[in-house]
Write a protein of this length. Structure first.
Length: 340
């Protein structure tokens, strides 16, 4: 079954849940590991390495969520492909009829594209700028070329492709470079500000990111979208970004009601930015399994976040037509290439 058909099948149940206002785990981010083969300048995820669920436990989590209405599973890390059983876990999600995606730095993905094409609908690769900036921020010479190789190879195998560029003081000026690459290589480009702590929103954003930076980025995204460049985020994200550094209201976010994150050890959280500060709900030990852990999540309190995938998910689950249309386009056709 194709990605659009799988998503449509699951979306029938999702739409009913949304229409009735009943919380359901419709989209889940599965962080398979905090181990990583990179030490990126803006990321402290590898510092959180600890207990990890087995492939069987991840399978049980996916089964629990699917029975409760899950339509989409995204996989991430650290670097998820450092787990030898990562593709086995993703294959289980695909076998349950879920739309699937993987966030990766591209280093290992470039050599496993045939396997990934069999279990994924979309490959998302981190890209921090042109070669010199990307390799410096990633502290890994050659990482830029391998990232592009993964993107080109995935597209050639029929996968939708996208990038996420995390903006810090070191690469605030790279938006144009990334958009040129997106045009030439045919991937959807996402941009989002960096947080000081990947697991604690209260630590704030990179101090170089002031309100004028957000307003300028929002303007650039809107102009690029109007010019036909492959911007991944919808106009709603640009509007929220322009309001930064306060992006909304966490209490009204769909995180914890219609989407959530599962940490490597089985803890279920509304999103990774509150994973350290929100009450812990352990899916492995919960008497009603992972779906029960999701049902027990509490709404977060705060000024919202600037994380592009979370903002897009929130907009989708609030029936924003542009966000829903953008999500469908990303899955059913490749990003436009070779023109502006």
């Amino acid at each position: 079954m194709s990605a659009p058909l799988r998503l449509a099948y699951r979306s029938l149940r999702a739409g009913a849940a949304l229409a009735l206002g009943r919380p359901r785990p419709l989209s889940i981010t599965c962080i398979l590991t905090h181990h990583c083969n990179f030490r990126c300048a803006y990321c402290n995820i590898p510092d959180a390495v600890g207990d990890e669920m087995s492939a069987d436990e991840w399978g049980r989590a996916i089964n629990d969520f699917t029975a409760a209405g899950l339509a989409r599973a995204s996989f991430s890390g650290g670097e998820a492909l450092l787990r030898r059983d990562a593709i086995e876990i993703m294959a289980h999600a695909r076998a349950r009829g879920l739309a699937t995606s993987l966030n990766t730095n591209g280093w290992l993905a470039a050599d496993r594209l045939d396997e990934l094409a069999a279990v994924l609908d979309m490959l998302v690769v981190s890209l921090d700028g042109p070669e010199d900036i990307h390799d410096a921020l990633r502290a890994r010479p050659g990482s830029f070329r391998r990232a592009l190789s993964a993107l080109d190879g995935a597209r050639a195998r029929g996968l939708a492709t996208a990038t996420i560029t995390v903006l810090t003081q070191a690469n605030l000026h790279v938006t144009g470079d990334i958009l040129a690459l997106a045009r030439d290589h045919g991937f959807w480009a996402y941009f989002q500000p960096a947080y000081r702590d990947c697991f604690d929103r209260s630590g704030g954003l990179d101090p170089a990111l002031n309100p004028s930076v957000f307003a300028d980025l929002a303007k650039q995204l809107d102009q690029a979208r109007a010019a036909g460049l492959p911007i991944g985020a919808s106009p709603g994200y640009s509007r929220r970004l322009a309001r930064g550094p306060r992006f909304g209201d966490c209490a009204r976010c769909a995180a914890g009601r219609y989407f959530a994150t599962v940490m490597p050890d089985g803890a279920v959280a509304p999103c990774h930015l509150v994973a350290r500060t929100s009450p812990r709900v352990d899916g492995r030990q919960h008497p009603r399994g992972f779906a029960g852990a999701f049902a027990d999540l509490q709404s977060s309190v705060g000024p919202g976040c600037a994380i592009s995938p979370y903002q897009e998910s929130d907009l989708i689950f609030k029936f924003d037509p542009h966000a829903m249309g953008s999500a469908l386009r990303r899955l059913v056709r490749p990003a436009p290439r070779g023109h502006a």
